[in-house]
Design a protein around this ligand. Structure first.
Ligand SMILES: Nc1nc2c(c(=O)[nH]1)N[C@H]1C(S)=C(S)[C@@H](COP(=O)(O)OP(=O)(O)OC[C@H]3O[C@@H](n4cnc5c(=O)[nH]c(N)nc54)[C@H](O)[C@@H]3O)O[C@H]1N2
Ligand SMILES: Nc1nc2c(c(=O)[nH]1)N[C@H]1C(S)=C(S)[C@@H](COP(=O)(O)OP(=O)(O)OC[C@H]3O[C@@H](n4cnc5c(=O)[nH]c(N)nc54)[C@H](O)[C@@H]3O)O[C@H]1N2
Ligand code: SF4
Ligand SMILES: [Mo]
Length: 694
């Protein structure tokens, strides 16, 4: 790119996934003309995927929201900011006075910055007076956060992406990095090429399975049995690190007793994985000098997702594969800033750095800083918000940057909840499925139009700089949230997002040394001590639990919440594809739409033949709670008995099919195991006589 072709250049951080690639964005005349990878980006080292590099055309899409909209009858009319703000302030004040602060709830966006999310949490807690604040981590990696805090102490990856370069075995379970975290996916391919042995555990044969020493295909929802089987063999064959277990952990004896029941033969029964493959995988992992574990939603979005993460913790603890170079536990957190939105306390039960709202000294510290009394009662989680709205207890919601009507489970239930609210504010960059229910829609800014920080999946705070201005009358999320707070009588007192970041650092020992200057081009991985020293590897010694030990968890396998039967004989797994991102509001407005223009149902050739479904045919998919139609792709990457689809296109309405079953500890939906009935709806006859065989 020649210098003449752009007039403005910034180094910023990608706003799609949790890898956190550093990008050089070039703009001319207020438009992005090109984006290239920053060579010194610590997570990407000069790489990006097609989203970070090319998926920026959405910024100037004609569909961008450019002025506030207020409901009028069945539609919306353009309004001034003054009118929109006044309406929001008066409605929220009325509802608070009439029904109390807990009748109002807010959702923070994991697409937005730490400063936006921290401001939103402060708005709900201090300006409204409720802990009803949550973010999309609820439907994603909340089980990881829960489990890692119990096993090790802190809610984050124990190491960094560079550990992938230093391990001799990487075990991937329920994660598909070449699609979801492509730059990490490429790093894993590189690792495989230099001799690192990959093990992939996924009901589908993912791209990295082609590079793996071993691929295991469990029945969906049986991860616990797989991991207990691996631990069984590791213990039985003396592959444990006894010194590590004795010095640094507690609870091993109880686990050892439990493991008796999980012989490879018993595990084969439950999971369908051949016993010999369990043996091989356990030996590969257990005999490695340094083994890393990576997981994703194939672990968490299940009824016992949080327990499986604790079981993965067992595997690492019993082999001493934690707290060393190359021996990392790397949950691939999804959204660009889902680590951050949670770290910032946009959760119903915690302030920054996961300190409980019920903890007296923490609450007092925030009361002092914010000058208002704060509730000690944990607020509602997202699914509880919907239940409360349907019950008539929750009256108003303020949602920014989350398309709950498309992405949350059981769409009909979500719609009923949103329809039942007295007042609903959406702050968005596009109209989407959720804004249909809004009373006021506020036009906000994307990551290329704002200032602040994101935290990636390796706990790294990184700077975000605007490359262009927000379109038309749109404003930054930070400006909107802080203005609404001021109108509600609580002035946060910040001129810029950097003032908010300084406040976070001041009030949070784990982030004490974080500042704009110190973050520089490479960012800092929390905890960051007051003198600015950061932490690429956690737990070199000791753990951050109350007793400083790593905690084993003796948790047996339990069957998933849903199971196939005669009426619903197939298991639907849902997930994502490379070219589109979640609700798809952004990627559907880029050239990626030419690559993939619909959600497809992947089905094994045997099932397809049995059901008389051809590649490209339209099929009906029915679950216990809903029905939809989409086109089929016949592929042997999926096992017989399972089908797969994504949720990127609103017309598919994938989430009509998902029920209310969720993780027992965190309420993360069981998106990954849904019993369904699939049949063709094409004009083709159900059978042709010449093909009927007795
Ligand atoms: N291109 C793209 N990238 C994205 C996103 C996107 O929408 N598009 N979204 C981002 C977000 S928010 C997130 S959270 C991440 C998610 O990234 P991943 O965690 O990789 O998410 P998924 O593709 O949903 O699921 C991962 C795998 O789990 C497998 N799986 C399902 N059930 C089971 C099971 O019972 N056991 C095992 N072992 N595996 C199972 C699925 O077959 C799938 O291959 O991606 C992020 N990156
Ligand atoms: N069936 C099924 N459903 C799933 C999943 C699954 O695997 N299967 N995965 C779940 C997971 S892991 C997640 S994380 C959720 C994600 O679900 P969502 O968080 O709802 O999805 P996104 O598309 O990431 O973004 C939400 C909205 O934010 C807007 N937006 C983007 N940037 C900004 C910004 O800076 N400011 C503002 N104000 N708005 C912005 C976008 O236009 C979009 O409408 O989906 C979940 N849904
Ligand atoms: S890998 Fe993730 S962070 Fe990197 S460019 Fe792609 S979407 Fe952005
Ligand atoms: Mo996610």
């Amino acid at each position: 790119m020649s210098a003449e072709r752009f007039d403005h250049e910034v180094t910023t951080t990608c706003g799609y996934c949790g890898v956190g690639c550093r990008l050089e964005a070039h703009a001319a005349g207020g438009r992005i003309v090109s984006i290239s990878p920053a060579l010194d980006g610590p997570a990407n080292e000069g790489h990006t995927c097609l989203k970070g590099r090319f998926a920026h055309q959405f910024t100037r899409s004609r569909d961008r929201l450019t002025s506030p909209l207020i409901r009028e009858g069945d539609g919306f009319r353009v309004a001034s900011w003054a009118e929109a703000y006044a309406r929001i302030a008066s409605e929220l004040t009325r509802i608070k006075q009439r029904y109390g602060p807990d009748a109002i709830a807010g959702l923070a966006s994991s697409r937005a910055t730490n400063e936006d999310c921290y401001a939103m949490a402060r708005l709900m807690r201090a300006a409204i007076g409720t802990n009803n604040i949550d973010n999309c981590s609820r439907v994603c990696h909340s089980p990881t956060s829960y489990a890692m805090r119990r096993s090790f102490g802190l809610s984050g990856a124990t190491g960094s992406f560079t550990d992938i370069d230093h391990c001799d075995v990487a075990l991937l379970i329920g994660v598909n990095p070449t699609q979801g975290h492509p730059v990490v996916g490429a790093r894993l391919k590189q690792a495989a090429l230099r001799g690192c042995r990959l093990i992939t555990i996924d009901p589908r044969r993912i791209e990295l399975s082609d590079y793996a020493a071993l691929h295991l295909a469990p029945r969906p929802g049986t991860n616990a049995a797989v991991v207990l089987g691996l631990c069984h063999v590791v213990a039985r064959d003396g592959l444990i690190d006894s010194g590590f277990i004795a010095e640094r952990t507690s609870g091993y004896a109880e686990l050892e007793t439990l493991l008796d029941a999980y012989s490879p033969a018993a595990v084969e029964e439950i999971t369908g994985i051949p016993a010999a493959d369990i043996e091989r995988a356990a030996h590969l992992y257990g005999e490695a000098d340094a083994a890393s574990l990576l997981w994703g939603l194939g672990v968490t979005e299940h009824r016992y997702g949080s327990e499986v993460v604790q079981l993965l913790g067992n595997l690492a603890l019993m082999t001493g594969n934690v707290g060393r170079d190359g021996a990392a536990l790397l949950p691939l957190r999804g959204q660009n800033n889902v680590q951050g939105s949670s770290d910032m306390g946009a959760l119903p039960d915690t302030y920054t750095a996961y300190r409980s709202v019920a903890d007296e000294s923490t609450a007092q510290r925030f009361e002092e800083a914010w000058g208002v009394p704060l509730s000690r009662r944990p607020g509602l989680r997202i699914p509880e918000m919907f239940d409360a709205a349907i019950a008539g207890e929750l009256k108003a919601m303020y949602v920014f940057g989350e398309d709950i009507a498309q992405t949350d489970p059981d769409t009909a239930h979500v719609q009923a909840a949103l329809e039942n609210l007295e007042f609903f504010v959406c702050q968005e960059i596009f109209e989407n499925e959720t804004t249909r229910y809004a009373d006021v829609i506020l036009p906000a800014s994307s990551f290329l139009e704002k200032t602040g920080t994101f935290i990636n999946a390796e706990r790294r705070f990184q700077v975000v700089e605007p490359a262009i201005d927000p379109p038309g009358g749109a404003k930054t999320d930070f400006e909107i949230i802080t203005t609404i707070s001021r109108m509600l009588g609580h002035d946060m007192g910040w001129a810029t997002p950097w003032d908010a970041l300084d406040e976070v650092a001041r009030l949070t020992p784990h982030y004490a040394g974080v500042s704009r200057e110190r973050l520089g081009r490479r960012g800092l991985q929390w905890p960051v001590s007051p003198d600015g020293v950061d932490s690429p590897t956690l737990y070199r010694t000791p753990f951050e639990t109350a007793d400083g030990l790593g905690h084993f968890a003796a948790l047996p396998y339990k069957a998933p919440g849903d199971a196939p039967d005669d009426e619903f004989p197939l298991v639907l797994v849902t997930g994502r594809v490379l070219q589109h991102y979640n609700a798809g509001t952004m990627t559907r407005r880029t050239g990626n739409i030419e690559l993939v223009d619909q959600d497809r149902l992947e089905i094994h050739p045997d099932d397809a033949a049995r059901l008389w479904i051809g590649d490209g045919d339209t099929v009906s998919v029915r679950s216990r709670v809903g029905r939809t139609e989409l086109r089929a792709t016949v592929t042997d990457r999926i096992e017989p008995g399972h089908v797969f689809t994504s949720f990127h296109f609103p017309q598919t309405r994938t989430n009509l099919l998902i029920g209310q079953s969720s993780d027992i500890n965190t309420a993360c939906p069981e998106y990954k195991v849904v019993a369904v009935d699939v049949r063709p709806v094409s004009e083709r006859p159900a059978f042709t006589p010449e093909l009927v065989v007795a």
